[in-house]
Design a protein around this ligand. Structure first.
Ligand code: GDP
Ligand code: IMO
Ligand code: MG
Length: 422
């Protein structure tokens, strides 16, 4: 079994790599997160952006599970499934929704958006999808789970009214928008009718696939430094995006994992607030000018910076990465010089590990080692040996600096622009 997850701040190209790897898989299980994620897959001239549905759905023989560690906005999922159906992608019988997954309800979105407004300049820059409040309700044991969509409608309505009522009682004092209970019930009943055939016991399904010797990929969402424990707290999401979260999210034990593929960009991006030591406006300007690095979920321009080896080395440790999939190498094609951060300077000291505190992290200055650029297109490369020598030197140096082997290299969004190292 293989975990595929992000080693930076999300948007590393997980969707693309998963889609390529799913050619040799039977199941793809989405472990955590919600529709804050946006996983892009380009097939020929067709472009798909998946939010909750695992990227394996675009391979007709692959079965998919949204596992119990995920949080599901029912109306959002219905819309996503309908969008796939319109594009002739079959989901019935192939896509399963774990009854264990928690629901994201309209009042969670109101809390997310209201809280961000209140934070003002210190805002996290969330996607506004209600993810944090839904995980918060899960942790405080008042959440509703997907399985409850199968309850008799009077009982489901009662539970929804209870939650919305509790929200509305404090909404004004908290600066949150009030939510109509009647409208919530109506919306959820409609979604429940649609989603019931997809419901399953996620853990039993996953273990049946394991017992049958199926080839299974676990799809991570977000990235290591958005992990609520290991990220740049509080500028993080509210789930566990690291390898441990892939196991708790799916109910598959760590002993069943043979391979951990860490997906990362050949440079660094992040959306939203928080420390970013190697951020560089000129690189952002260049990449945005090429029409790239705009968020797939919110359309926001992503912040861009140089490759940060301090960050990725920690991600390799945290996840037990057995191989890396490096994407967007082609983004660096035009550059004469390419800096790579090999240490942080903080209060006169050089650090080789990121600091614990986000404000210390924000004060760190990068120590760069500068590589020579290759100044030629890599997008036509189909084998390692097709890459310019300087690009091979750059990638090999990254691998050495972070302590993980190169596995897959990606030089474009297309399936065919992908090859193995060596
Ligand atoms: P994810 O959230 O990790 O799945 O990543 P996103 O889909 O949000 O963002 C990655 C973006 O990079 C998408 O637009 C992909 O189509 C694109 N992409 C992935 N790999 C490559 C690559 O090697 N080169 C180029 N040019 N684009 C890529
Ligand atoms: P994928 O799976 C990049 C970021 C948000 C914000 C922080 C918290 O496509 O890589 P949230 O809405 O989760 O409470 O926002 O996390 N964020 C992502 N950034 N890619 C993602 O997903 C993200 N999901 C959340 O921008 O900074
Ligand atoms: Mg994304």
């Amino acid at each position: 079994m293989t975990i595929v997850l992000g080693l930076q701040w999300g948007d590393e190209g997980k969707g693309k790599i998963l889609d390529v790897m799913a050619a040799e898989a039977d199941w793809v299980l989405r472990a955590q997160g919600g529709n804050n994620a946006g996983h892009t897959v380009e097939i020929g001239t067709e472009k798909y952006v998946l939010h909750l549905v695992p990227s394996g759905i675009l391979r007709s023989k692959v079965s998919c599970l949204i596992a119990g560690g995920a949080v599901v906005d029912p109306a959002g999922l219905v819309k996503e499934i309908e969008g796939l159906t319109l594009r002739k992608i079959r989901t019935r019988g192939r896509l399963h929704l774990a009854a264990q997954a928690h629901l994201v309800l309209p009042h969670h979105r109101a809390v997310d958006q209201g809280s961000e407004k209140k934070r003002g300049h210190g805002k996290i820059g969330t996607t506004g999808r209600g993810i944090g409040p839904a995980y918060s309700d899960k942790a405080t044991r008042v959440g509703l789970r997907a399985g409850e969509l199968a309850l008799p409608s009077a009982e489901l309505a009662k539970r929804l009214r209870e939650r919305v009522g509790a929200h509305n009682r404090v909404a004004k004092s908290q600066g949150w928008e009030k939510i109509s209970a009647t409208q919530t019930v109506r919306e959820m009943e409609k979604a429940a009718r649609f989603l019931r055939p997809y419901l399953a016991d996620g853990v039993t399904l996953a273990h049946r696939a394991v017992a049958a010797g199926k080839r299974i990929l676990i799809e991570g969402a977000q990235g290591t430094f958005l992990d609520v424990d290991h990220g740049t707290y509080p500028f993080v999401t509210s789930s566990h995006c690291t390898a441990g979260g892939a196991c708790t999210g799916t109910g598959v034990p760590p002993t069943a994992i043979q391979r951990v593929v860490g997906v990362l960009k050949a440079y660094t991006t992040r959306v939203g607030g928080g420390p970013f030591v190697t951020e560089d406006g000129s690189l952002g300007h260049l990449l945005h000018g090429m029409g790239r690095e705009f968020g797939s979920t919110t359309g926001r321009a992503r912040r861009c910076g140089w490759f940060d080896a301090v960050l990725v080395r920690r991600a390799v440790q945290l996840n037990g990465v057995t191989e890396m999939a490096i994407t967007n190498l082609d983004g660096l094609d035009g550059l004469e010089k390419i800096p790579v951060c090999v240490g942080y300077r903080l209060k006169g000291k050089i650090l080789h590990e990121p600091p614990v505190d986000a404000s210390d992290w924000a004060r760190c200055r990068p120590v760069y080692r500068v590589f020579e650029g290759w100044c030629e297109p890599t997008t036509e490369a189909r084998h390692w040996k097709d890459l310019p020598r300087k690009a091979r030197i750059y990638l090999s140096a990254i691998s050495e600096l972070v302590g993980a082997p190169l596995g897959i290299i990606s030089v474009g969004a297309g399936r065919e622009q992908t090859f193995r190292h060596g």
